[in-house]
Design a protein around this ligand. Structure first.
Ligand code: SAM
Length: 250
C-alpha cells in the first residue's frame, strides 16, 4: 500500500523509539512531518526527537496532569480540520502513558483516531522473553504502597497468562522480594534497557534475581514478566546455575 495524505480531523497516535532512534517507523516520520500539530507528553523531549529527524512542527503539551483540559483544545483543532499527532516520551501512547483520555474524548466527539504502531517496551520484552506469548496480562506499574502492592500481586495471581509489569530502577529489587512472596517458584524474566546499548535479559526465580540485584544494583528501565502456567512455569531449581540468575546480554 502506498502512502496516502493524512486525513483531516484525525488524531494520529504515533509510537516513538524506547531507546534506539532507528526504531522510528517511516510512517511515524511522515505523519510527524505532515501533521498540523504535535501534542507531546514533554514538548522539550519531543522537540529534540523532531530536531534529530529535521522536523519542525508546532508542539503543545499533553501529559497526565492536563490531559482532560488538553482534550478540549485537541477537539477544537480537530473541528477546524487539523490532523494531530499524539506522542509520548517513548513508546506507544496510552500504554502506561497519556493517551487514553484524549482518545476517548476524540471518539466521543465523532472524530477519527488512527494508530501509527511502533515500539512498545511491553511487546519487545514479552516477545523475546521465552515465556508464553499467546496469553498475557499487562498490569503496568504496581501502586507505590507496600501493602497495596502485595494485595495487587495476589489479585494478579488469579489471572492466567504471562504477567507483565513495568517497574522503575528504584523499586525493581523490592518487586523481586514481593514476587518471592507471591510467586516463589515461577520463572521471572527481567528485561532491562530494551533496544539500548546495555540491553539485558535476566532469567531466574525471584530469589535468584534478588541475589543478582544485590551484586549489580539496578540501573535503567525495566519490564518484569512472570510465567503463569502452573507447574510448567515453575523453575526446576536443579537446572539453575548455583541459585544465580542467568543474564544474557545484548
Ligand atoms: N508507553 C511506553 C511503552 O509503550 O512501552 C511505556 C511508558 S512508561 C511511562 C515507562 C516504563 O516503560 C518504564 O518505567 C519501563 O518500565 C518501561 N520501559 C520503557 N522503555 C523501556 C526500555 N527501553 N527498556 C525496558 N523498559 C522500558
Amino acid at each position: 500500500m502506498t502512502a496516502k495524505a493524512l486525513t483531516p480531523s484525525t488524531l494520529y497516535l504515533v509510537a516513538t523509539p524506547i531507546g534506539n532512534l532507528e526504531d522510528i517507523t517511516l510512517r511515524a516520520l511522515r505523519v510527524l512531518k505532515e501533521c498540523s500539530l504535535v501534542a507531546a507528553e514533554d514538548t522539550r523531549h519531543t522537540g529534540l526527537l523532531l530536531r534529530h529527524f529535521e522536523i519542525s512542527k508546532p508542539l503543545i503539551s499533553c501529559h497526565h496532569f492536563n490531559e482532560a483540559k488538553r482534550s478540549e483544545r485537541i477537539l477544537s483543532e480537530l473541528a477546524t480540520g487539523a490532523s494531530i499527532a499524539l506522542v509520548t516520551d517513548a513508546g506507544t501512547p496510552g500504554i502506561s502513558d497519556p493517551g487514553e483520555r484524549v482518545v476517548k474524548a476524540v471518539i466521543k466527539a465523532g472524530f477519527r483516531v488512527e494508530p501509527v504502531p511502533g515500539p512498545c517496551a511491553l511487546i519487545a520484552a514479552l516477545t523475546a522473553s521465552g515465556l508464553h506469548t499467546d496469553e498475557f496480562h499487562f498490569a503496568g506499574f504496581l501502586p507505590h504502597k507496600s501493602g497495596q502492592r502485595l494485595r495487587r500481586l495476589r489479585e494478579l495471581a488469579l489471572i492466567p497468562g504471562t504477567l507483565a509489569l513495568y517497574e522503575s530502577p528504584y523499586r525493581v529489587e523490592k518487586l523481586m522480594g514481593e514476587l518471592d512472596v507471591v510467586f516463589p517458584e515461577q520463572r521471572v524474566v527481567v528485561a532491562r534497557e530494551l533496544t539500548k546499548k546495555f540491553e539485558q535479559f535476566l532469567r531466574g526465580t525471584p530469589r535468584s534475581l534478588i541475589e543478582h540485584f544485590q551484586k549489580h544494583p539496578p540501573k535503567g528501565e525495566f519490564v518484569v514478566l512472570v510465567e503463569r502456567s502452573g507447574e510448567e512455569g515453575k523453575i526446576e531449581t536443579a537446572s539453575m546455575p548455583s541459585g544465580e540468575a542467568q543474564a544474557t546480554c545484548g
